[in-house]
Unconditional design. Structure first.
Length: 259
């Protein structure tokens, strides 16, 4: 349940990528609870997306399919989202791939993993952000929230996530560059850097860290970040209640990484 007033985002349209599960689904739900119209991106299953977003009122929800591994998919997605209501006020860049790219792995797997990470986590999100910037300039401003990772701040502790960590650092840098150059255009850009979040994606790497119990035991709070915590933060940022946060990176890791 969103911590915001039910009308906090009334009249605003938000595009959320990767909205069919995990952080994306929680975020889309929180935005809907705060009154936003939500354009929710999915890749694999429309039925799963609809089920995950059942709490969002049907008259304020549209489901948009796009495969971010396809060059140009992000531009098409953006244009569909704009066509829905004529305008997008907030973009949440959340969809990501988590390929395994260990230094000592197979060459073909390494190349394929890096290509996937760069396409899904950097190139398509960059195109999406570029479209949003042009749209926001034409409409007097807007907000972009980019999901990065604590791995972008310190490097990944998991040697098989080389490409993922690098891609999350790259998209963070782009977000910071956009923030610096478009603050006077009324464009707010926020980077959210979660630690270990309780999602299916994070669970795929638990085995390499001794299992889920071992992972939780190694965290300062003794538990992972809940998707709802990330979602509530993003929903707050979408209100533009703290415009001077633009360009900043907000850590959300329960004090497991302090800088």
């Amino acid at each position: 349940m969103s911590v915001l007033h039910p009308d906090a985002l009334q009249g605003r349209t938000v595009l959320v990528t990767g909205a069919s599960r995990g952080i994306g689904a929680a975020t889309a739900t929180a935005l809907g609870a705060a009154g936003a119209h939500v354009a929710a991106h999915w890749r694999t299953s429309q039925e799963d997306a609809a089920a995950a977003l059942a709490a969002v009122p049907a008259d304020r929800l549209t489901l948009l399919q796009a495969d971010m591994e396809r060059p140009g998919a992000a531009r098409d997605l953006w244009r569909e989202a704009v066509a829905w209501r004529g305008r997008v006020d907030v973009l949440v860049v959340n969809a990501a791939a988590l390929p395994q790219t260990p230094m000592d792995g197979d060459d073909r797997a390494w190349d394929a993993g890096w290509e996937q990470a760069m396409r899904v986590n950097v190139l398509e999100p960059a195109a999406l952000i570029r479209e949003a910037v042009a749209h926001f300039i034409a409409h007097g401003g807007g907000t972009i929230v980019v999901l990065s990772s604590w791995a972008a701040q310190q490097g990944s502790r998991l040697p098989e996530l080389t490409a993922y960590a690098a891609s999350k650092a790259a998209i963070r840098s782009l977000a910071q560059t956009v923030a610096r150059n478009h603050a006077r255009d009324g464009i707010r850009v926020h980077v959210v850097a979660p630690g270990v979040v309780r999602t299916e994606m994070a669970a795929t790497s638990d085995a390499g860290r001794g299992g889920s119990d071992a992972v939780d035991a190694g965290l300062a709070m003794g538990r992972r970040v809940e998707p709802s915590e990330v979602a509530d933060l993003i929903a707050f940022l979408a209100t533009d209640a703290a415009p001077s946060l633009t360009g900043g990176t907000i850590d959300l890791n329960g004090a497991s990484y302090v800088r």
